[in-house]
Write a protein that binds this ligand. Structure first.
Ligand SMILES: NC(=O)c1ccc[n+]([C@@H]2O[C@H](COP(=O)([O-])OP(=O)(O)OC[C@H]3O[C@@H](n4cnc5c(N)ncnc54)[C@H](OP(=O)(O)O)[C@@H]3O)[C@@H](O)[C@H]2O)c1
Length: 298
């Protein structure tokens, strides 16, 4: 199969790339980190420049996808978790822009290049759901305007770390809502497509905590994996990366039309997402506002 992936240079995405290449699939990896991506070039993957913090770079990557087409699966996996406020090149909140807006744009621009029965996957997180009690402050809303320009959000957290973590959880809510809304909007014209959101579970050992102070970052990257606590919501990059690869290619998941799959006890479980993500009106509003931000018609 021909698969396009973001976030393939590290963590869960890197394991998924390894599994997909080993199984003989053809990969196109969008990466800002050319050094890390070089490893995959040596294994035959196509590497294209992609900085999700820039809409121009994201559009250029979509053009590269058109050249790579036909595409069997689009795996929108990259993500950041920040603890200091920052802006994207286009002036949006960096977490919202990277995790949601750029992937929304890619989903919109690349869907026409998907084969019949093709797939769109968005890597989300259990943190999108307050009921999961992950320890990350959960989303309070999915208002795209306020997430993109948090200075206008009356409920904005004062502490930058809390603010960054809630922005992360909110962006992950947006990923789930995008998967649901994409499936809803394509129901009539592309009912063949498999569309899903993916929660890898709590997966220490990846680079996700790199923006945190040194001790926390080190604990997430090296200490927690060494404790070898598995099962429940806790996973490993190896398990979650392989399950992401399976979600991209296995016939077992072809039925998904906006479904949410979470890694629990080392397996993929289809489960209902957060109550907020089940609000059809809010999903449609997020879609429309995001369209306006990236300059596409709703
Ligand atoms: N680890 C967990 O506990 C956990 C739990 C739930 C969900 N997730 C989600 O799983 C996904 C993968 O995260 P991970 O844990 O594997 O973390 P990771 O090791 O830090 O990987 C993140 C990937 O995203 C890429 N990326 C970040 N910003 C980018 C940008 N502006 N442009 C292009 N690529 C960019 C990174 O590329 P560089 O190499 O260039 O930095 C890297 O390949 C994320 O969506 C994350 O939210 C993780």
């Amino acid at each position: 199969m021909r698969i396009v992936i973001t976030g393939g240079t590290s963590g869960i995405g890197a394991v998924a790339c390894d599994a997909l290449l080993t199984a003989g699939h053809s990969l196109m990896i969008g990466a800002r980190n050319r050094t890390a991506a070089a490893l995959w070039k040596g294994r035959g993957a196509h590497i294209e420049a992609l900085d999700l913090a820039s809409l121009a770079s994201t559009r250029a990557f979509a053009e590269a996808i058109a050249a790579f087409a036909p595409v069997d699966a689009l795996v929108l996996n990259a993500g950041v978790q920040l603890v200091q406020p920052a802006r994207s090149i286009d002036g949006f909140d960096l977490t919202f822009a990277t995790n949601h807006l750029a992937h929304y744009l890619l989903a919109r621009l690349a869907t026409p290049y998907l084969v019949s029965g093709g797939r769109v996957l968005l890597t989300s997180s259990g943190t999108h759901d307050a009921a999961e009690k992950t320890g990350i402050p959960p989303p309070l809303h999915a208002d795209a305007r306020l997430l993109a320009f948090p200075e206008h959000d009356g409920a904005l957290d004062r502490d930058p770390g809390t603010r960054g973590r809630r922005a992360y959880a909110s962006s992950k809510l947006a990923n789930v809502m995008t998967a649901r809304e994409l499936a809803a909007r394509l129901k009539a014209t592309r009912p063949d497509l498999t569309i899903a959101a993916f929660d890898p579970g709590f997966t220490p050992g990846t680079g996700l905590a790199r923006a945190y102070p040194g001790v926390i970052s080190f604990a997430f990257k090296a200490v927690l994996p060494a404790l070898r606590v598995f099962g429940g919501r806790v996973s490993t990059p190896k398990v979650s990366g392989r399950l992401l690869a399976a979600l991209a290619v296995s016939p077992a998941y072809a039925h998904a039309r906006g479904a949410y799959f979470a890694v629990r006890a080392n397996q993929l479980q289809e489960k209902p997402p957060a109550i907020l993500a089940q609000d059809a009106k809010a999903c449609a509003a997020l879609w429309d506002e995001s369209a306006a931000m990236v300059g596409l018609p709703a």
